[in-house]
Design a protein around this ligand. Structure first.
Ligand SMILES: NC(=O)C1=CN([C@@H]2O[C@H](COP(=O)(O)OP(=O)(O)OC[C@H]3O[C@@H](n4cnc5c(N)ncnc54)[C@H](OP(=O)(O)O)[C@@H]3O)[C@@H](O)[C@H]2O)C=CC1
Ligand SMILES: O=C(O)[C@@H]1CCC=N1
Length: 264
């Protein structure tokens, strides 16, 4: 087994879906453990991976192990597995708030750890992941983990102090974007467009706009100005968004998100 997951919920499914979809690792070489039987069966059926109810079995079999339970369960899981983790295995964490220093203390021995923060667009190969290796990771091991994470999207190595910011800007942000797409579609439906078509229009507009930011390297403000024809429709929408506090509601929500992550 090349890769193991402890916890096979939403984020683990997105990662395994991305990795298998890109053929980085085959489903037969992936094992997942979950307390929740229907959760285990779902990933077994969806992706064809091997599943177990025993977290230790994942540690016995996998070279790289992703701890994909909620942060509140990290301590319990680490206590269960720490004695079986071997020196050459690599532990990848995806939980907000769990620092490398905290993890080292909980394992209580030399363990190779990479703290990461992925997001669910991994499922379609468009994830954004930040990673931060600990001092026991060799250069080639860090490169291998980076390639593994790159199989489902973009990856940046960041200093650990930025991890809480990463949670708010990419870990959690798909939720805000989905809310915006939902709201845009509701408005289109209110204007008479069939709902299914409204989601296509809204989602493609968001996708294309994001692509413009990434590919033109122009400032988002300049791209916004290019849409606002003088005395046109868009500038009136922009004026209304400013009046309703669009930007500040996003900034404030993200500051709360960052703070929650820091305190987890
Ligand atoms: N969802 C996202 O977009 C992102 C999530 N993350 C992080 O990923 C991690 C998982 O989140 P997410 O996938 O959303 O959560 P989910 O609740 O979907 O998945 C976690 C799974 O782990 C199971 N579980 C709980 N305790 C144990 C245990 N002791 N041993 C084995 N399995 C256990 C849960 O079972 P049960 O339901 O019965 O408790 C559940 O099936 C979290 O740390 C989260 O912060 C990071 C980035 C993005
Ligand atoms: O909501 C959460 O806590 C997790 C972390 C980032 C995205 N989802």
């Amino acid at each position: 087994m090349k890769l193991g997951f402890i916890g096979t919920g939403n984020m683990a499914s997105a990662i395994m879906g991305g990795i298998i979809g890109k053929k980085m690792i085959s489903a037969e070489e992936i094992i997942g453990a979950d307390l929740f039987a229907p959760g285990r069966e779902k990933v077994k059926e969806q992706f064809g991976i091997q599943v177990t109810e025993k977290n230790q079995e994942v540690v016995e079999k996998a070279e790289v192990i992703i701890l994909s339970v909620k942060p509140q369960f990290y301590e319990d899981v680490i206590n269960q597995i720490k004695d079986c983790v071997k020196k050459e295995q690599i532990i990848i964490t995806i939980a907000p708030g769990k620092t490398l220093a905290w993890l080292a203390e909980k394992f209580g021995k030399e363990v190779k750890i990479v703290r990461t923060m992925p997001n669910t667009p991994a499922l379609v190969g468009e994830g954004m992941t930040a990673m931060c290796p600990n001092e026991h990771m060799e250069k080639e091991e860090t490169e291998y983990v980076k390639r593994l994470l790159e199989s489902f999207g973009r990856v940046e190595v960041v200093p650990e102090r930025l991890m809480d910011v990463v949670v708010s800007v990419s870990g959690s942000s798909p939720a805000y974007v989905f809310m915006m797409i939902e709201a845009m579609a509701d408005a289109a439906v209110s204007g008479g467009m069939p709902r299914a078509q409204a989601y296509q229009f809204a989602a493609q507009a968001v996708y294309g706009s994001a692509k413009m930011v990434l590919e033109t390297a122009k400032h988002p403000g300049e791209l916004k100005d290019m849409v606002c024809s003088p005395a046109g429709t868009t500038i009136e929408a922009v004026r209304t968004l400013e009046e309703m506090g669009f930007r500040s509601s996003i900034i404030e929500a993200m500051k709360v998100c960052e703070e929650v992550s820091r305190n987890l």
